[in-house]
Ligand binder design. Structure first.
Ligand code: NDP
Length: 341
C-alpha cells in the first residue's frame, strides 16, 4: 500500500437499510466501516473528494421497473463521485489522476480503470465535473437542444429553475434567443434566476398563481416546456402550450416520494388542439456526443456565459440528511457532499 493509505485503511460507506416509504428518513441508511481491498488487474483505487446527490437516487430506492436496477438492501447507496486515483493497475490511468465514477456513498472505492472518466483540466473546480460540466449540465444541454429545438423568440418555461439542470436550461435558452421563464420554490431562488442568470421572468410556485403568471408572461403560449417536476406545475404549463409546442419530460420530482402513484396528466387534449409533442429523455442516450457537449459547456463557463451555483455540504456523515434536504427542495444549486481533500 502507498504511504497515503497507511493511516487510513478503513473505508466508511453508507448502505441501504430499508426501502423508504414516502419521504426517505435518515434511519433508512446505515454507515459501515470496511477494509479497503487490494486492487487486481485493471483495477484502480479512488479516494472520494466530492459526492453528487441527485433526485434520480430516490428512484433507485424503489424496487420497481425502471431503466436500471434498484439498490438492494445492504448494498452501498448508489451515486457518482469525483475522486483522486491513489493506486492503479490500469495502463491509461495514473496515480493522481482525477476521475468521475459511480462508486456510491463511500470514502474509498475500487473499480475497473476502464469504467471511469478522466476529468480534463478545464480550469474549472473539480466539483463542477458532477454539475455544470457533468451529468446535470449535459441533461440540460441535450434535452433543450435535441428535443426542445429552441429558436429565437420562443417562450421557454423551465421548472426547478434554480437547480443543477434548470439553471443551465434557462441560460442556454437565453443564448438561443428565447424568452425564458423559470419556476422555483422561493423568492430567493427567483431573485437568483432573474438577477444573476438573467432569465426574463420567474414564478414562485408556492406563493403565485402559476396558470395566471404563465399566460401573462407567454401571451402567445409556451413553445418549450422543460419539465423537471411534474404535478400541478406541469398541468399549468400544458394548459398554456402554444401551437407546435414541445414538452421535454426530464424529471418528475414532485412525485418521487408519493406512496400512491399519481395518475394523469388529464389535460392531454391540449396537445391535440396545439399539435404539440411530449417526449421523455435520458441523458445517457447522447453518450456518443458527450465530449463535444462538454467542450462547449466548458467554454461557456470559462467565458462567463454560463454561471453556476453549488450547494456543498461537509462530510460523508451528512449524506442521508443532505439527500432528504434535496427531496424537500432545501438545496440551492447543485447539491454536493465534500468528503475529503
Ligand atoms: P435540483 O438541483 O433542481 O434539485 C431539485 C429541486 O426540485 C429542489 O431544489 C426543488 O426546488 C425542486 N422540487 C422538489 N420537490 C418539488 C415539488 N414537490 N414540486 C416542485 N419542485 C420540487 O435537481 P436537478 O437539477 O439535479 O434535477 C432536476 C430534475 O431533473 C429532477 O427531476 C431529476 O430527476 C431530473 N433529471 C433527469 C435526468 C434525465 O436524464 N432524465 C438527468 C438528471 C436529472 P424548488 O425549491 O424550486 O421547489
Amino acid at each position: 500500500m502507498e504511504n497515503i493509505l497507511s493511516s487510513e485503511l478503513i473505508n466508511r460507506q453508507w448502505i441501504l437499510k430499508n426501502r423508504p416509504i414516502g419521504y426517505p428518513k435518515e434511519s433508512d441508511f446505515e454507515i459501515k466501516s470496511v477494509e479497503i481491498p487490494e486492487i487486481s488487474n485493471d483495477e484502480i483505487l479512488i479516494k472520494t473528494l466530492f459526492m453528487s446527490l441527485d433526485p434520480y437516487m430516490r428512484g433507485r430506492l424503489r424496487d420497481a421497473k425502471s431503466y436500471t436496477k434498484p439498490v438492494q438492501i445492504g448494498e452501498v447507496m448508489t451515486g457518482e463521485i469525483v475522486g483522486r486515483v491513489i493506486r492503479s493497475n490500469y495502463n491509461s490511468i495514473k496515480i493522481g489522476d482525477i476521475v468521475t465514477s459511480h462508486l456510491g456513498w463511500q470514502e474509498w472505492g475500487v473499480t475497473k480503470g476502464y469504467s471511469v472518466s478522466k476529468v480534463q483540466n478545464n480550469n474549472a473546480p473539480i466539483s463542477t465535473s458532477l454539475g455544470i460540466l457533468g451529468m446535470p449540465g449535459l441533461t440540460a444541454y441535450f434535452g433543450l437542444l435535441k428535443i426542445g429545438n429552441p429558436v429565437p423568440g420562443d417562450n421557454l418555461v423551465v421548472s426547478a429553475a434554480s437547480g443543477a439542470v434548470g439553471a443551465v436550461v434557462g441560460q442556454i435558452g437565453k443564448m438561443a434567443g428565447c424568452n425564458v421563464i423559470g419556476i422555483a420554490g422561493s423568492d430567493e431562488k427567483i431573485d437568483y434566476i432573474k438577477n444573476d442568470l438573467e432569465f426574463d421572468f420567474g414564478i414562485n410556485y408556492k406563493t403565485e398563481n402559476i396558470e395566471k403568471k404563465l399566460s401573462e408572461y407567454c401571451p402567445n403560449g409556451i413553445n418549450i416546456y422543460f419539465d423537471n417536476v411534474g404535478g400541478p406545475i406541469t398541468d399549468a404549463a400544458i394548459d398554456n402550450i402554444a401551437l407546435g409546442g414541445r414538452v421535454i419530460v426530464c424529471g418528475q420530482i414532485s412525485q418521487y416520494n408519493d406512496v400512491n402513484q399519481a395518475k394523469g396528466p388529464r389535460n392531454l387534449w391540449t396537445l391535440i388542439r396545439t399539435r404539440s409533442k411530449i417526449q421523455g429523455m435520458l441523458v445517457s442516450d447522447w453518450a456518443d456526443e458527450k465530449e463535444e457537449a462538454l467542450s462547449r459547456l466548458s467554454s461557456w463557463v470559462s467565458t462567463g456565459k454560463l454561471k453556476y451555483k453549488e450547494d456543498i455540504r461537509e462530510g460523508l456523515d451528512n449524506a442521508p440528511k443532505t439527500f432528504i434536504d434535496l427531496m424537500n427542495g432545501n438545496n440551492f444549486g447543485k447539491l454536493l457532499v465534500h468528503v475529503s481533500d
